[in-house]
Write a protein that binds this ligand. Structure first.
Ligand SMILES: [Zn+2]
Length: 469
């Protein structure tokens, strides 16, 4: 892991400037860094440090309260004196996934996490809440932050690398600010990073609803300086000390790519204004990940990199659930078919209370027919072959060809259904073949087809509005 040396000016701001100015251009960005420790049965929180990031608050000053919570957690910032709610955001976390893995039943682990909010001028109480499927948020931790305390770290993290604008449409406070970060690019591969970023951003903004809402976005990019090319892939014995410590094999899933080094991630990211992040790993091996409010990841040079970039952004940006159910995943699957909080999957088969009922025609049969048996037969064979390709360490081109054949089969099968492109209730979603439903036959959250369904598109636009309206 890269340790970044921070220059500490501990007392200057804390003592000589008792209150930060409140005009939108000078509101600072506060970051509460903490450790989240526990196992499948209990969890603990402890503060690491409170930081003022180098860039002003990039969030939307007119919408400080999150009225469309999509994540497992919610944090709220209250003025300590008046008790008034100043800011809230829902999010999900790596810990929130890990606690459902088998490992969490055997050992404790600690994950570093961050909450970012407009820097307050007086003491605040930060309250963290958590929920399960079918349940409302319950408080799990609270702490107080004094913005004038001498240990509030206002030192600018040392940074060596490139920061540049990819798409600039206006004041970060009025736009969605997407930051694309590179990991596993050596200094010699800087030009490649520039072209990878452009290609991936172009693919995102060629896809609806991002295409129509492009003016609401700024896109920034950061490439920390490194001598290392490629990232860690422990299942093939590859370990690399890259600046963001991005790696494959998260929770034992070979294609799952995240970083656990949140401190380095946050310190590097703080070099640009941002609300959302995609990390691009330099390499051709298929993989990615996406966590609501944290970041999305993809590799740069796979045949399916653009698809992964957009699919994972769906998780990260809009809190969308996976609509697929055939691929193996690291987390235990929810068995009791509780109603999910994600907007694009459901266990509810009642047309009158269905969460996407406003998009369903009166004549639509619920549940809605699709050729599931034929799809499942093909998928079983495909998943078996996919596993063999990894076990035999065959070239990535073999995997790419398998994926392409799978897509051709799906396209052909789906084209025969009279309910193609209609909103209804299609069985199979959220990692469950039965009992969970998606809203359309196909969607980028279901297959590698590069289109969002109506329900996902609507959910994405709601988040764009939260940051750019
Ligand atoms: Zn969808």
């Amino acid at each position: 892991m890269k340790t970044i040396i921070r220059i500490l000016f501990l007392t200057i701001v804390a003592l000589s400037q008792p209150a930060l100015a409140t005009t939108k251009t000078t509101v600072g960005t506060m970051r509460l860094d903490y450790f989240h420790t526990g196992n499948s049965k209990q969890e603990f929180f402890s503060v690491d440090e409170v930081v003022i990031e180098p860039h002003p608050w990039a969030g939307n000053p007119s919408q400080p309260i999150d009225n469309i919570p999509r994540g497992k957690y919610m944090f709220e910032v209250f003025d300590l004196k008046s008790g008034k709610l100043q800011y809230s955001r829902s999010f999900s976390s790596i810990y929130g996934e890990w606690e459902y893995t088998g490992e969490a039943t055997r050992v404790n682990r600690t994950f570093h996490e961050s909450l970012r909010f407009p820097a307050p001028t007086a003491k605040v109480r930060v309250v963290l809440k958590k929920r399960s499927y079918s349940e409302s948020f319950k408080e799990i931790w609270r702490t107080e932050v004094d913005p004038t305390h001498m240990f509030v770290n206002t030192g600018k993290p040392q940074f060596d690398g490139e920061v540049f604008a990819v798409i600039e449409n206006g004041d970060p406070a009025k736009k969605v600010d997407l930051l694309i970060m590179g990991d596993g690019y050596s200094k010699k591969e800087s030009a490649k990073f520039h072209s990878d970023v452009k290609r991936l951003a172009d693919a995102l903004f060629a896809t609806e609803p991002f295409k129509s809402r492009k003016q609401d976005f700024n896109v920034w990019a950061i490439l920390p300086s490194s001598d290392i090319s490629g990232i860690s892939r422990p299942s093939t014995g590859v370990h690399k000390d890259t600046p963001l410590a991005l790696r494959y094999d998260i929770f034992g899933s070979e294609r799952y790519m995240l970083t656990f080094d949140n401190k380095s991630f946050r310190e590097i990211a703080s070099q640009a204004p941002y609300e959302f992040v995609e990390i691009v790993a330099n390499g051709e091996t298929y993989g990615g990940g996406g966590i609501y409010g944290l970041y999305g990841t993809t590799s740069s040079d796979n045949d399916w990199s653009e698809y992964v970039f957009i699919h994972e952004f769906g998780h990260h940006f809009a809190g969308l659930a996976d609509e697929y159910y055939a691929s193996p995943v690291a987390q235990a699957v929810v068995q009791d078919l509780a109603e999910p909080y994600e907007p694009n999957v459901t266990a509810n088969t009642d047309k009158n209370t269905l969460k996407w009922k406003q998009f369903v025609k009166a004549s639509m049969p619920i549940p809605t027919h699709w050729d599931k048996a034929e799809f499942d037969t093909y998928s079983n064979k495909y998943q078996k072959r996919r596993k063999e390709i990894r076990a035999q360490k065959l070239p990535e081109s073999v995997m790419n060809d398998l994926f392409a054949a799978n897509s051709r089969f799906q396209k052909e099968l789906f084209s025969k259904n009279k309910y193609k492109n209609e909103v209804g209730l299609f069985e199979g979603a959220n990692y469950a073949a039965n009992g969970y439903y998606r809203s359309e036959q196909n969607c980028i959250m279901f297959t590698r087809d590069q289109n969002f369904c109506h329900v996902c598109s609507h959910a994405i636009e709601q988040i764009v509005d939260l940051y750019a309206r």
